[in-house]
Design a protein around this ligand. Structure first.
Ligand SMILES: *Cc1c(COP(=O)(O)O)cnc(C)c1O
Length: 483
């Protein structure tokens, strides 16, 4: 395959005659715009239509995706996204909807959001939801802004937010963005929150704790009720990072555990294709005492009519233009209705079963981060492999050669040489067995030919990239200097 950029393939004088001559007479930009507003002509490549088609078709074949291969990326819930979601969210009436349409004209969409809210309320035990946030991280910000405003209105003097040392990076980032001091509480050797250490850092100035349960080690926080007690007694609130909700559907709710605010990543648990920055939806749910702080508007119903309710006493305002990523809401709604109560329960049972199946089959060859049973994901600690000179990174890269996406690496930060595997409920036993076989084979390769692992991947057009440099010094101007 020719791996050159399209700019490098440019062939002076080649062009496509795809666009028809317009019916109206076109003027040159210089005839209608003042000279100081004119830009230099862009150095666009010259290519024929067939060359363009081949270029992009070949590029598309390099994509790795959930629709092509196994994708056990922990804390990302790369489950199969049923195609019926796409079909229904592409219905004419949904697809061509516009936020400036009148309420009456939007009533079907409002009803859908209203019903989706009812379903998520049942699943989480929360009273109300907002669907404005476009991502999990923005959902967190929305939730924490509500907590901040709540304390302000209640005249509570609050200064700090607690996060466990296993927390997702977005949690401390959110707390800092809200102006709080972030206080980290260490986990105990089992990977759970240490209650003694927690009691020592919580006091009257604690605004909230940000947690997820199961935590980022894939473990259920057994002492969650005690945690809730400690925080509530000090006038703080509990924030639930529900980005990955795959372990709890139909089994228990954050409300029962004592949480006050939650965000759900509809694009993870509730099946919208995600990655590469979008699209997403962070649904933010709250208990009774926080409903007055929700972003405006929420959808309400009066005499069978659905309407935007902007009358929210202490609303934090809007966190985004209009009403959220509507098509993601449609997909989540279709997903929920199709599965129903029974189906959702089975989702979680199978997600947990699949993670534990992998854990049991690999636990003799790879260390598991904790002795406690796993929930929907399992974290391995490749310290034995590292001692033999093969870090988790090499193992992850080698999996690419076997046709799989690498698991999440080096997260959570408290686990040495971490590989975090989340198989999800939608994978067959055959696929899980293939992954297990490959992991066992890689472990044998360490003895037989460690260099194969250091040099992996061997099958991709690009081998190891310098990830730090790619992020810190992205070269975005190259094409404009191209001849
Ligand atoms: C994915 C994830 C987030 C962030 O969600 P985005 O939609 O990527 O912003 C937050 N917390 C946890 C635990 C996650 O897995």
């Amino acid at each position: 395959m020719d791996n050159r950029l399209i700019f490098e393939k440019s062939d002076e004088g080649r062009k496509s005659n795809y666009v028809k001559k317009p019916a109206i007479e076109l003027k040159e930009p210089g005839q209608i715009l003042p000279a100081n507003l004119l830009r230099e002509a862009l150095p666009l490549p010259s290519l024929g239509e067939l060359e363009v088609v081949r270029h992009y078709t070949n590029l598309s074949k390099l994509n790795f995706s959930l629709d092509t291969n196994f994708y056990p990326l922990g804390s990302c819930t790369m489950k199969y996204n049923p195609k019926i979601n796409e079909e229904l969210s592409s219905l004419e009436g949904f697809l061509n909807i516009h936020p400036f349409q009148s309420e009456a004209c939007l009533s079907g969409a409002l009803e859908l959001i209203y019903n989706l809210e009812a379903l998520l309320s049942e699943i989480t035990g929360m009273k109300r939801f907002s669907f404005q946030a476009s991502s999990g991280a923005q959902g967190e910000l929305t939730g924490m802004l509500m907590i901040r405003k709540y304390h302000k209105v209640m005249k509570n003097k609050k200064r700090k937010v607690i996060v466990p040392d296993s927390s997702h990076g977005t949690n401390p980032a959110t707390s800092s963005m809200c102006g709080y001091e972030t206080v980290v509480v260490e986990s105990n050797p089992d990977g759970l929150i240490d209650l003694d250490k927690l009691s020592k850092v919580v006091d009257g100035e604690t605004a909230a704790i940000m947690l997820t349960n199961p935590n980022t080690l894939g473990l259920f926080e057994e002492n969650i009720l005690e945690v809730a007690d400690i925080i509530h007694k000090n006038g703080g609130l509990l924030y639930y990072d529900g980005a990955n909700f795959n372990a709890l559907l139909g089994i228990t709710t954050p409300r029962l555990m004592g949480f006050d605010v939650i965000h759900l990543n509809l694009h993870k648990t509730f099946s919208t294709p995600h990655g590469c920055g979008g699209p997403g939806a962070g649904a933010v749910g709250v208990v009774d005492r926080l409903t007055d702080f929700l972003p405006a508007p929420v959808i309400d119903k009066k005499k069978d009519k659905f309407y935007f309710n902007y009358k929210i006493k202490h609303s934090i305002g809007k966190v985004r233009a209009f009403y959220g990523n509507f098509s993601v809401l449609v997909r989540a709604y279709v997903y929920l209705l199709r599965l129903g109560r029974e189906g959702l329960l089975r989702v979680s049972q199978n997600a947990v079963l699949n993670a534990n199946y992998i854990r049991e089959k690999l636990k003799n060859d790879y260390n598991v981060a904790s002795n406690k049973p796993s929930m929907h994901e399992v974290v391995f600690s490749c310290t034995r492999q590292k001692e033999k000179g093969v870090p988790a990174l090499d193992i992850a890269k080698r999996l690419i050669d076997y046709g799989m996406h690498p698991p999440t690496m080096y997260f959570p930060l408290i686990v040495k040489e971490a590989l975090m595997v989340e198989p999800t409920e939608t994978e067959s036993r055959k696929t899980l067995d293939y992954f297990i076989d490959c992991m066992l084979k890689i472990n044998r390769e360490i003895e037989q030919n460690a260099q194969t692992l250091h040099d992996a991947p061997h099958t991709t057009p690009v081998k190891r990239v310098d990830e730090v440099r790619a992020a810190r010094n992205p070269d975005l101007r190259w094409r404009f200097s191209a001849k």
